[in-house]
Every structure is written in C-alpha cells, then in structure tokens.
Design a binder for this molecule. Structure first.
Ligand code: ADP
Ligand code: MG
Length: 215
C-alpha cells in the first residue's frame, strides 16, 4: 500500500515521503483518505498517535489546489482544533506539503493567547483556516472572514473539544456554517457528545474506526 494507491497525486505522495518521512500509510490513513477524496462525510476514530492529521491535510490540499484562487474573505476549509499547539502543528503539516502543489494554497492558523490584530490582518485571502473555537468567534465578530462559501469542515480531536468545555462555542460556530459542505470529524474516542455533532450538522458520516491492536 502506498499514498498514491489511496488516490493522492504522485507529487503529494513524494512530498509526504520527502518532507514528512512517511513511506507507508498508517491504517487510519488507508481507511479514511479514499473516502475523504471521494467527497464523503467521514468520522474517523483512532487513538492518539495513529496519524490522523495527514488524513485531512493531504486530501484538502489535493482538492483545493485545483480550484481557482481569488483573494477574498471567503474561507474554503475550516479546521477546528482544541489547542494552540495542535493548530500550529497542523499548519506545519500543510506547509510541509506546499511544494507539491500546482499553486500555493494559503493556510493560516489562528488561536488565543496572542494578539488578535496580526492574525486579523493576515486573514484576507486565506483558503484553509485552522482555528481554536474562542479566537475563531472573536474573528467572526470582527467580520475578519466569512464562512458563506465554506466547502470543507474538519473538527479535529472532537472529544477533547467537549472535555475542554468548548461545547457552547462549537454550537455557535456550527450554526454559522452552510448546510452544503463536506464534514470530516476526527476523534480519539467516541462518546455521546461527539455523536451529537452529527445531529447538529445533520450528517450521516462514513465511520472509520481503527481499533487498538490486541497484545
Ligand atoms: P494523531 O492525530 O492520530 O494523534 P498524528 O497525525 O499527530 O496522530 O501522527 C502521530 C505521529 O505519527 C506523528 O509524529 C507523525 O509524524 C507520525 N506519522 C503519521 N503518519 C505516519 C506514517 N504514515 N508513517 C510514519 N509516521 C507517521
Ligand atoms: Mg491529532
């Protein structure tokens, strides 16, 4: 099994090997990348460290690089994450694969704990926005971007969003998201709260679960 077999372009597959050092896909990647590339709503469940980041980073880049680009306030993909560290880490994965693309796909991470003004200035023209819930809402209140044309919604570490008490923020954000979009959820565990996201988003995703190996 290779990344190309999953439907990723030869350029992306080479950059994954060269810049990330991944030669063979992990199981959650094998199971979820083809479905995400096909445009399906997907809920992926696999424990921490199983390689969930690439599952959405590579397909989003592969898709968005083929779209025309006009600088605007309209974000194409929103990735919601519970922590600043995770936002930065995901942004770095996007950056590492940029050289494999037909054109630059503008990606930005926004998070709290740092001044909002530089983030706001930089936001114009951003296609892929990685955000923690609180800062995203602040930027939304400032009209720094619009979700009107959102095509892809990713919620990473969905379980942690609720453990950290972002339930109300998530509700507000999800209500601002257009009905017609592809939804991609990743979580280490599956529980009632995570399941509720499906109801809020009115989706019936393909569930991909990688069970922990018995020893
Ligand atoms: P998760 O989000 O499931 O916790 P990550 O996406 O953060 O997992 O990946 C966990 C670790 O595994 C990272 O250090 C990442 O670089 C590495 N990794 C991911 N996919 C592969 C792969 N196919 N081959 C080798 N290492 C990988
Ligand atoms: Mg992760």
């Amino acid at each position: 099994m290779s990344f190309e077999n999953l439907g990723l372009s030869p350029y992306l597959s080479k950059a994954i090997a060269k810049n990330l050092g991944f030669i063979k896909p992990f199981e959650i990647q094998t199971e979820s990348i083809p479905a995400i590339l096909q445009g399906k709503d997907v809920m992926g469940i696999a424990k921490t460290g199983s390689g969930k980041t690439l599952c959405f980073v590579a397909p989003l880049l592969q898709k968005i690089q083929h779209q025309s680009y006009e600088k605007s306030r309209a974000v194409k993909a929103l990735i919601l994450v519970p922590t600043r560290e995770l936002a930065v880490q995901i942004e770095q994965t996007f950056v590492a694969l940029q050289e494999a693309l037909r054109r630059e796909v503008k990606t930005q991470a926004v998070y709290g704990g740092t001044s909002i003004n530089p983030q706001m200035k930089n936001l114009y023209g951003t296609e892929i926005l990685i955000a923690t819930p609180g800062r995203l809402l602040d930027l939304m209140d400032h009209n720094a971007f619009t979700l009107d044309q959102l095509q892809y919604l990713v919620i990473d570490e969905a379980d942690k969003m609720f453990q950290l008490g972002f339930g109300d923020e998530m509700d507000r954000i999800l209500k601002a998201i257009p009905a017609k979009k592809q939804s991609i959820l990743f979580s280490a565990t599956l529980n009632e709260k995570v399941d509720e996201i499906k109801a809020t988003l009115k989706i019936d995703p393909v569930v991909v679960e990688v069970k922990q190996q018995e020893v």
